[in-house]
Design a protein around this ligand. Structure first.
Ligand code: LLP
Length: 431
């Protein structure tokens, strides 16, 4: 995984900070992110474009923690948001509204109003009904809304069924023929909309370039047809999806390879070779920058072939293994080699669900108090955390060289019921 994780005298360190030290200072479960790794990934995406006009819109859903957004905004990153909450987070953390694209199938009128008032770069519209609503809302506000249509490239990304988004059977996007008619009708039927570009997204955790080549075939063919029909586009947004290695032997789909494909194909095949290219990487930007630290609570005998390692992190902190059967490497942070004869462990959390598993068949030889690191957890980790079982949200910190900065208030017990309004019917003293 990430080059920012190094073992020094047996202790796993992020940049120059020993991971057990973070666990002891901030408690666990705790996400730690490497600033150097986040900035490096942004620079890789950005500089791969060379002189070609482009915008890297980091997909906030992967990790929308304020400090993370701030780092990227300071680098000049744009953002892809899927709710007004994400738009507001990006703007509050210093993101430029002119660099925010707003995707998603269910934008409400209120979300549209706020985004229009902020002056975002583009609405990525996913249905004719959304275009009609956006046209009406913009009209009421005396504004013109910049739009892209999210088309369905109908390309199989060969990834997990739950995270493939570019197929016709998914809820996302507009079929090509329908999109063609809509583009032609926009100037006459929707006077408060302005055509900005075209967008698409074929799926996530894609490890081969081939699905992106097929996407270029479809998208650029379509863009040429639009041009012949008199529709010009300022940008083409190819979405996100580049995969990262979760297990040994897997290889990332590199930003350089993806970007050079887009640039080459747009320069060769788009009606205007200088058409701006937008990409929306989420996972690739942040996954490898993050680890989830957790402490072993108990080791419990299993059926004989394996033992249970019960830790203080759970599916509420990292749901990917439970939800997708995803595999995350789990390692000891201290110097430790499994004793001969120790059994593989199933790493589980305290949540009352059989699917509350973080990993199976791991050779860890854990003991109470050991701090484990769950790797490649920066993307879709903290952002998908929940408070199920009245758990607190995990702590998050940023590692920068030899310093550690907290990214949230360390959770206090009050947080558990904080937003709720009690009826006040029972009068014994509260805990
Ligand atoms: N743009 C759009 C419109 C998207 O729907 C997505 C992800 C992205 C960009 C970013 O894709 P990425 O570069 O991260 O692959 N929770 C799942 C992943 C869901 C991704 C959904 N869309 C997981 O943990 O694997």
């Amino acid at each position: 995984p990430a080059s920012t994780l190094i073992r020094r005298e047996g202790t796993l360190t992020m940049e120059r900070v020993p991971l057990p030290q973070i666990a002891h200072t901030y408690g666990t479960p705790c996400y730690a992110y490497s600033r150097a790794q986040i900035e490096r990934q942004y620079r890789r995406w950005d500089s791969a474009f060379g002189d070609h006009p482009h915008l890297v819109c980091y997909a906030l859903k992967a990790n929308a923690t304020a400090g993370v957004i701030e780092l990227l905004a300071a680098q000049g990153s744009g953002f892809d948001a899927v709710s007004i909450g994400e738009v507001i987070r990006a703007v509050r953390a210093g993101g430029d509204p002119k660099r925010i694209c707003f995707s998603g199938v269910g934008k409400s009128r209120q979300e549209m109003r706020i985004a229009l008032a902020l002056g975002i770069r583009c609405f990525n519209a996913e249905s004719p009904a959304e275009l009609a609503r956006l046209n009406a809302v913009a009209g009421e506000m005396g504004k013109t809304a910049p739009v892209s249509l999210r088309i369905i490239p109908d390309v199989d990304a060969h990834t997990h069924a739950n995270i493939t988004t570019g197929l016709r059977t998914n809820k996302f996007g507009i079929a090509l023929e329908e999109a063609f008619e809509l583009y032609r009708r926009i100037p006459t039927d929707f006077p408060n909309l302005e055509i900005e570009g075209l967008s698409c997204h074929i799926g996530s955790q894609i490890l081969s370039i081939e699905p992106f080549e097929r996407t270029c075939d479809v998208v650029l063919g379509f863009v040429r047809r639009l041009h012949e029909a008199g529709v010009t586009l300022r940008h083409i947004d190819f979405g996100g999806g580049a995969g990262v290695p979760y297990r040994k032997g897997e290889k990332e789909l590199s930003p350089e390879e993806v970007v050079s494909l887009f640039v080459r194909r747009v320069r060769a095949e788009a009606p205007d070779p200088d058409t701006e290219i937008i990409v929306e990487p989420g996972r690739s930007m942040i996954a490898e920058a993050g680890v989830l630290l957790t402490t072993v609570e108990y080791v419990k005998k299993g059926p004989g072939t394996f033992d249970f390692c019960i830790v203080d992190a759970a599916m509420t902190d990292l749901i990917r293994p439970a939800l997708y059967g995803a595999w995350h490497e789990i390692v000891q942070t201290g110097p430790k080699t499994p004793r001969p004869g120790s059994l593989p462990v199933t790493v589980v959390g305290p949540v009352c669900e059989s699917s509350d598993k973080l990993g199976e068949g791991r050779m860890l030889d854990p003991e109470e108090g050991d701090v484990l690191a769950i790797l490649t957890a920066g993307a879709y980790g903290a952002s998908m955390a929940s408070t199920f079982n009245s758990r607190r949200l995990p702590m998050e910190v940023l590692v920068d060289g030899s310093t550690v900065t907290p990214l949230r208030r360390s959770a206090v017990l009050e947080d558990i019921t904080e937003p709720e309004i009690p009826l006040g019917m029972v009068k014994h003293p509260p805990v």
